[in-house]
Structure formats: C-alpha cells, structure tokens
Design a protein around this ligand. Structure first.
Ligand code: NAD
Ligand code: ISE
Length: 333
C-alpha cells in the first residue's frame, strides 16, 4: 500500500518535492498539503490531495501517514514537535531548526518517543559522487583524512533569504554536515574569515571563509558564496596521508568551438542534486513506511545548528569558537 504523505510548505522546494513524489517515485501518494499562503497550497496540491488550513490539521489527519516539512527554518520546531507527538515519520528540510535550544527540544521529544522518526534533508549524503568520495576515505587506501576543502557557490540568493547571516545559518549547514559524514568526525570549533564583500549583494556577508576544526585534528576549509552569478558550483577535495580524492562540480558535456572549451554549470541545487533528492526520498519512503527514518538524523541537524551558531559568534569575536555537544542519545548511534 502506498505511503500517504502530507507536505507542509509549498514554495520552491516543496513544489519540487511534490513533483518527485507524484511523478518520479513509486510507493507514495501526496494526499495533503498546507501552506500559510493558501493560494499557493491550492495551486501546488496534486489532484485529489486535501488542502489543510494549518500544519496541525494536516499532521493529525488519518489520511496522512508521514509528513514532509518544507516550510521556512524557524517554523520547523513546532511542526516537528507536532509530528513526533502524533508518532508520525517526518522528513524535514534543512535546517532542522534555527537554535540549539530548539534542536535539544526536538531531540528530547524523539528520545522520549523511543525511536527515530525524523530525517533531515541533507541530500548530499545521497549523491552518488559524495558516496564514492566517502567510500574512498572509508576504504583507507589513501590513509587518514587530514584536510578537506569544500566549495559551495550559489548564483544568487532567493527572495526572502536576504539577510547578512544567511550564508552561515542557511548555506553552511550542508558543508558542516557533509564534513562530519565524510570524515566520520565531529566538529569541535569554528573560525570565520570575512574577505572584502562582493558588491553584488550589499547587505549580505558574502563571500565567507569558514574553518571547521574536527575532533580528530583534521581541518576543513569551506568557501561559501551565495551570490556569485555564474551558477551553482559545488566541489570537495580531501587530502589524506598518501593521496588526494576530489569531487569536481557535476560533469557535463564538453563543448569545443571557436570560443574555447566549455562545460555547462548547473543553475542551482535543483539541477545539481536532482538524483540525490530522488534517492533521499526513495530511502525515506521505505523507512517511513516502517514508521521510522534513515540517514541524517535529529542528531545531525543538532550538530549543524551548533556549527551555524558558532560561526555567527565567530564573526563577532574573530576568535575560534568552541562547540560543546551533549552526550549522543542511544537512538542515534
Ligand atoms: P520558499 O520560501 O520558496 O517556500 C517556503 C514555503 O513555506 C512558503 O510557501 C511559505 O509560505 C511556507 N511557510 C512558511 N512558514 C510556514 C508555516 N509556519 N506553515 C506553513 N507554511 C509555511 O522556501 P524554500 O526555498 O522552498 O525553502 C524551504 C525550506 O527548504 C527551507 O528550510 C530551506 O532551507 C530548505 N531548502 C533546502 C534545500 C536543499 O538543498 N536541501 C534547497 C532549498 C531550500
Ligand atoms: C538552499 O536552501 C539549499 O539548501 C541549497 O542546497 C544551498 O546550496 C543554498 O545555499 C541554500 O540557500
């Protein structure tokens, strides 16, 4: 029987996930949607889906087995707590929440429930290139990872996300998560360096260089640009004891003509990670069908939130800001 899914938030990524859940993947039906913009919810609703006035009504509906949260970050806490209270599996887009206190509340509720219900939308973990990179590191043929370089460039900033904190509290969370996952390590402190600002985004703190110090002593350097105009450019390179493994931007057809040798660059995350999003939902549908979750957890969302908070503090202090995590609850090991 198909998993009956309700989607909260029918903006950019909500609509993209509804498309993949209704047109690409099997074993799933979108039976309900809701958005604070009722007109947007109605126009995004697939045929036959009920449009609910509030997330709470959708979560409680008998016609919804599992929930996909695609609302803005600050709304996630309440919606996650309602899903956990209803005992329903929930896929929540990143960021899990927007404060340490909120992450601890969600974690406490899930631990009290007794098993994982929450999966966080860190889709890079489902990307074939990142999975191959991790296999090389885990295979240990190059020795221990010592340094990782993560490049995260966006062409522009969506309307509504335009704040000076955005590169650190919205974008950096992906690099924080993928660094922890690739290196099988935790982040112990964070430094931020702010170079001359790009004149393209005058209110944005853009670009930024972030240094993540890992518990093992490995160091990650992250370049964040959210307004670089030419396209979506994601790269990674891990330097190990006896070799280097690199993840280039998505390979594309190479065109040679009178202008030179060129490759197209993905426009945005939808294009670059299209298969990764498909795969994260393929795996979620199976796990949620069994009433649970797989992949990135509340613990991982908590870790990324701590990094975003520490990075924002580091901008103010100019210092290396430490991160202290609580003991990992059993359900996340
Ligand atoms: P968006 O602004 O296009 O859409 C968000 C939608 O949520 C809007 O329609 C808004 O009206 C609705 N909404 C906000 N608060 C709500 C609430 N309390 N109840 C119901 N609806 C509410 O934003 P977006 O780009 O689609 O981003 C949504 C989420 O997805 C964010 O958390 C963002 O960080 C995340 N995101 C993740 C990725 C990724 O690569 N994994 C990419 C883009 C966005
Ligand atoms: C967006 O919300 C995402 O999650 C994208 O993956 C990221 O590249 C972008 O910077 C964010 O704004």
């Amino acid at each position: 029987m198909a998993l009956k899914v309700g989607v909260i938030g029918t903006g950019m990524i909500g609509q993209d996930h509804i498309r993949r859940l209704t047109q690409v993947l099997s074993g799933v039906d979108v039976t309900a949607v809701t958005d604070i913009d009722a007109t947007r919810a109605a126009s995004a609703a697939p045929e036959g889906a009920e449009v609910f006035a509030t997330p709470q009504d959708l979560i409680r509906s008998d016609n919804v087995d599992a929930i996909v949260i695609c609302s803005w970050g600050p709304a996630h806490e309440e919606q996650l707590l309602d899903c956990i209270a209803a005992g329903k599996a929930v896929f929540c887009e990143k960021p899990l929440v927007t404060s340490e206190a909120a992450a601890l509340k969600v974690m406490a509720a899930e631990v009290e429930f007794g098993k994982r219900l929450v999966q966080v939308g860190f889709m890079r973990r489902f990307d074939a290139d990142y999975r191959r990179l991790k296999a090389v590191i885990d295979g240990n043929t190059l020795g221990a990872p010592l340094m990782y370089k993560s490049v995260h460039r966006n062409a522009s900033v969506p309307e509504g996300l335009y704040t000076s904190e955005m590169p650190l509290n919205d974008t950096l969370v992906h690099d924080a998560d993928i660094s922890r996952w690739l290196l099988s390590d935790e982040i112990s402190s964070v430094e931020v360096r702010v170079p001359r600002r790009s004149t393209r985004g005058t209110d944005l703190r853009d670009p930024v260089m972030v240094m993540l110090h890992m518990q093992s002593g490995a160091i990650v350097d992250v370049e964040i640009s959210v307004n670089i105009s030419y396209g979506y450019d994601i790269r990674g390179e891990v330097s190990c004891e006896t070799g280097v493994a690199a993840l280039p931007n998505r390979p594309a057809t190479v065109i040679s003509d009178q202008y030179g040798i060129r490759q197209a660059i993905p426009e945005d995350w939808r294009e670059r990670f299209i298969e990764a999003y498909d795969q994260e939902f393929r795996e979620w549908i199976v796990a949620a069908g069994q009433g649970g979750a797989t992949g990135p957890s509340t613990w991982d969302g908590y870790a990324a939130t701590l990094v975003a908070d520490a990075a924002l503090r580091a901008v103010d202090t100019g210092a290396r800001e430490p991160i202290t995590m609580i003991e990992k609850p059993e359900i996340y090991s």
